[in-house]
Each structure stands twice: as C-alpha cells, then as structure tokens.
Design a protein around this ligand. Structure first.
Ligand SMILES: Cc1cc2nc3c(=O)[nH]c(=O)nc-3n(C[C@H](O)[C@H](O)[C@H](O)COP(=O)(O)O)c2cc1C
Length: 345
C-alpha cells in the first residue's frame, strides 16, 4: 500500500475498521482482537450507560488497546402519543408469549444520556470519537477536540457530508445502503435516495477532501480493495464480525445469519422507528407496512420483546441486523476475518 491515508486518522497498521455495533455485538474482546490483528475497533456507546462505556474503556486501556467510541446523536421527537399507542396495540400480540404488556407500555423519549457521555469522553479521551444519526453540537465537538480526540460523523449522502465538513469534523464515515444495522441518516423522515457504499464513499471523498471510512456491505477482500481504490481512506466492517468468537451477538442472531432459509436483508423501521437493515423475518413482514417513524420511542417499546425472543430462540421477533454481505460472515477468531480482508492489500 502507498500513501497510507488512514494512518494519521486511526494510527492502525491496516485500513480495516471494526465498526461499532451497539446492542451487545461489539465487546471489548472484539475491539481488542480487531486492533491486535492490525485494524482499529470502535466501542459502541449507543443505548448504554456511561458507566458501562467507562468499564469497556478501562478494560481496553488496561491492555493498551487504542480504540474509538461511537455515540448516537439525539434527534427531535418524531411521533405523537396516538400514533405510538396505535402501534403498541398492533404489536401487542407478539409480547403475549413472554408475558409482556406492550399495549400498555409507556412512550419514552430520551437523549441516551448525551451530556454524560460527552463528559465521560472529555475526562477520559480516546483517539477517535464518531457520531451517527446527525451532527454533534459545536460545543461537544470543541470539547472533544480540546481533549485531543479526532471527530468523525457518519453520512449517507453528499449533502450530509458537506454539512459535517462545514462543522469542522476530521473525517467521515460514508455508510452505504448495504450496511447492516441502523442507517445513520440525519433526517429519517426525508432520507437521501439509497446509495451504494462505493459511489457514496467516492463522491463524499471528492466533495469534501476529508478522509473517508467506507462502511456497508463488505463481503470479502475484493470489496475492501475496490473501496480503497475508489478513494476511501479505510473500510469498516460490521456484519462480517457478528459470528466471530469475540462477538457478543446472541446465539439466535448468529444462527439466523447462517440459516440458508433466510431470504435476504431489508430496510425496516418496524423494530426501532428508524430505518435499519436486517434479515427479513415475520415481524418485519407483518408490521413494516404500518410501522411509524419514532426513534427512540419504538426502540424502547420493542426492546423487552426483542430480548425475550432472542433468549427464547425465536428469531422471527428479533431485530436480526445484517448487511448485504451476511452470507460471508464466518465463525472463528475475529483476527482471521481481519487477516482475510487485509492480507492482499
Ligand atoms: C448489529 C449491528 C449494530 C450496529 N450498531 C451501530 C452503532 O451502534 N453505531 C453505528 O454508528 N453503527 C452501527 N451499526 C452500523 C455499523 O457501524 C456499520 O455501518 C455497518 O455494520 C457496516 O455495514 P456491514 O454490516 O455490511 O459491514 C451497526 C451494525 C450492526 C450490524
């Protein structure tokens, strides 16, 4: 490789990033394995308490593992009580096998303890902080910068990339429509037309001149090579790490990824009220047509259901987040996946 444009941003030996995966999939062990294999891992802070994030950072610091941290930017309220109630009543039958009263669940809007997490990261800085779902406020950006962190923002369009550049970020994560998990769109009500990772990374890099991490749909080493050749400084993978030894993904999720009967991935808001890509299942088929937007209210509404269904081994009520490359997700050590993706570079 020549140029090594990712070095200044991440400092890793290779341009391979372990994407942040909230909800339990990314563990400190997974971050450590990716970094030890020459990549760069991100700790997810979304949905978690600041104490839980601090514990992960202490664990990684103790082993001298540099890492990034990823935060969800809180958004405006998108859903009213009546729409929420209607959806809660509609899906209530799904909770019955687990003794859950979804129809009576409270509507919860929160900011995922934004200020506490920014505070944590200014007290205990990490080399890189990334944001998804929107732009951080200028005060948070300045505080993280003063603490010595580089700041990245996930974008799904060139317009979002320009807005992030104008705010003064250090780099961008260009997330194509193939990506597993939530779309980082800044405007879930008016998402940009779906764009594949390669043209998005190429256009975002050309439009902003910033280093770009390309994320979404990587299935093998050829994708990594193509994305780097198109102008990405580094490539992030999530789904390909989900079945590895160090992943914290549930058994139900892992097994579904390997199930040949699954018919592919779709974008859905039925589980969390925000578009996300996952394996198609019965819950999506039943509720996607009527599911409203409303994050994090729908996330909180279905959280207990998804946890109970995952524990019971019922994949048709679980958010089986997966990118389009999921058939190439393998078991074994995460280092093997990183090696496979980077060895020919
Ligand atoms: C299970 C899962 C959880 C995810 N959680 C997050 C998250 O917390 N923050 C974030 O920015 N992206 C999250 N993502 C998206 C990834 O960061 C990344 O964009 C995506 O995994 C790349 O596409 P791929 O899965 O096809 O490799 C998640 C993806 C998955 C599969």
């Amino acid at each position: 490789m020549t140029g090594e444009p990712w070095l200044g941003l991440l400092g890793s030996a290779t341009p391979l990033v372990g994407a942040p995966m909230a909800g339990g999939a990314t563990t400190p062990a997974l971050v450590r394995a990716v970094t030890a294999a020459g990549g760069f891992g991100f700790v997810p802070a979304g949905y978690r308490t600041p104490d839980a994030v601090a514990a992960d950072l202490a664990d990684l610091r103790a082993t001298g593992t540099p890492c990034g941290v990823n935060l969800f930017v809180p958004g405006p309220r998108e859903i009213d009580e009546e729409t929420f109630r209607r959806y809660a009543r509609e899906i209530a039958v799904e909770g019955e096998p687990y003794g859950l009263d979804l129809a009576g669940a409270p509507m919860v809007h929160d900011d995922d303890r934004w200020a506490d997490k920014i505070d944590l990261l200014t007290r205990e800085p990490v080399p890189v902080v990334s944001f998804t779902f929107g732009l951080p406020d200028p005060a948070a950006l300045a505080a993280l910068r003063r603490a010595g962190s580089r700041v990245l923002v996930t974008v799904t369009s060139v317009d979002e990339a320009r807005a992030a550049r104008d705010l003064g970020v250090d780099g961008l994560v260009a997330q194509g429509t193939e990506a597993g998990g939530h779309s980082g769109t800044h405007t879930p009500r008016r998402p940009a037309p779906p764009t594949s990772t390669l043209p998005l990374a190429r256009d975002v890099a050309a439009a902003t001149g910033l280093p770009v991490l390309a994320a979404g749909g990587v299935a093998g080493p050829a994708d990594v090579r193509d994305l780097l050749a198109a102008g990405a400084a580094a490539v992030a993978v999530g789904t390909l790490l989900l079945r590895t030894d160090e992943s914290g993904a549930s058994r139900t999720h892992r097994d579904a990824l390997a199930d040949p009967a699954r018919t592919g991935t779709v974008l859905t808001r039925a589980f969390t009220g925000r578009p996300a890509r996952g394996l198609r299942n019965a819950f999506i088929d039943r509720y996607e047509p009527t599911a409203p937007l409303g994050y994090p209210e729908l996330h909180h509404l279905t959280r207990g259901l998804r946890a109970a269904a995952a524990a019971a081994g019922h994949p048709d009520r679980v958010h089986l987040w997966a990118g389009t490359g999921y058939r190439h997700a393998t078991t074994g050590p995460a280092a093997t996946v990183v090696d496979r993706l980077t060895t020919p570079l």
